[in-house]
Design a protein around this ligand. Structure first.
Ligand code: DAH
Length: 338
């Protein structure tokens, strides 16, 4: 048996060495190690080998199989290297890589930054408050009675604990007056939550920007001048702005602010962009009751407040027709703002 095994090994190694491509290499493997391969057949003959020779023949078979397997692996690597080199031929690996696409700020972020920067230039500082609020800060201190529709379970997300997701950023007014003494001049951008049916103009989570200015002699003229200036900076100096009398529990008098929208292909129309008014003395009373230091005595201080919808402002600014585009993260939409 010794000679045939050595002959098979020598023959196989020669075939492997001669194989010029993966196909020829596989043929060589099958010819020797396949089901009907030469070495396989000799291995099957082991049972006829006399007992005394079995160990020696077995060892020889192992040596042959190991040598052939190793040669196959080595040749396979060598062929792969050649294939890789051929694939790279003509490619200049020193060329700079293709640029990755850059991300960009979301339109809402752009608008919020712009709104904040205009108001900061006017001296408003950033303030914040929790999104999970209690009824005192969201409603009671803001002179909103128990039976006001905004407090309805159908409109507001309540937790079992009695806390709620704030329905507006106006709660930050209360938190600020609790922790700071006048003069106060703050803005509070942030999320607000309502159980609204989702459609092209409503989401159940949206973004507001609240403002509050309290001092000893703040007037309605200050309110009007500040917000007119703001909208002229945001939408351009020719933008028409109007104050329409309205009702909010926490301001008196109260107004809604409209700007005239000139959308392409449409007749110009007024769009509501914010609510505002002079802080109602009842709000100062509520703050005074919890502070007990008279800092917000309604006979000593006056102030104005406003709240605007940032999503709505972004929609107006860029002519976005569906608010859902702002949360869908469709790159085809977002990259227009890059
Ligand atoms: N909180 C009001 C809303 O969500 C907006 C608002 C109106 C805020 C008048 C104010 C204000 O500060 O004075 O609809």
């Amino acid at each position: 048996m010794k000679d045939p095994i050595e002959a098979i090994q020598a023959d196989a190694l020669a075939c492997i060495a001669a194989a010029a491509d993966p196909r020829a290499l596989d043929d060589a493997r099958v010819a020797v190690l396949g089901k009907k391969g030469t070495l396989t057949e000799v291995s099957a003959g082991m049972r006829d080998v006399p007992k005394d020779d079995k160990a020696a023949v077995g060892a020889l078979l192992n040596t042959a199989r190991n040598a052939i397997t190793a040669a196959l692996e080595e040749k396979q690597l060598a062929l792969q290297n050649i294939a890789d080199q051929q694939a790279l031929e003509g490619i200049d690996l020193t060329l700079p890589a293709r640029a990755l696409p850059h991300g960009s700020l979301h339109p809402l972020t752009l608008l919020r930054h712009q709104a904040i920067s205009i108001l900061r230039r006017m001296g408003f500082a950033l303030a914040e408050g929790p999104e999970i609020e209690d009824e005192f800060h969201c409603f009671d201190a803001l002179n909103t009675p128990q039976d006001h529709p905004a407090r309805n379970e159908k409109d507001t997300f309540y937790f079992a604990s009695g806390k709620l997701l704030r329905t507006h950023t106006s709660s930050v007014q209360v938190r600020t007056m609790e922790s700071q003494v006048p003069p106060v001049r703050i803005i509070a951008p942030g999320s607000a939550y309502r159980r609204d049916e989702i459609d092209a103009t409503h989401l159940s989570v949206f973004n507001q920007l609240e403002g509050l200015y309290i001092d000893s002699d703040v007037s309605l003229g200050d309110l009007k001048g500040t917000l007119e200036y703001f909208f002229h900076e945001l939408f351009g100096p020719a933008t028409e702005v109007r104050f329409r009398p309205h009702f909010f529990p926490f301001t008196e008098p109260s107004f809604e602010i409209d700007v005239k929208l000139h959308a392409k292909g449409q007749a110009p129309r007024w769009i509501e962009v914010a609510g505002c008014g002079m802080v109602d003395p009842a709000v100062f009373d509520a703050i005074s009751a919890s502070r007990k230091d008279g800092a917000y005595d309604p006979n000593k201080v006056t102030g104005f407040a406003f709240g605007m919808g940032l999503d709505r402002l972004a929609m107006i600014r860029w002519g976005i027709k569906d608010i859902r585009l702002l949360i869908e993260n469709d790159v085809r939409f977002l990259k227009q703002f890059a």
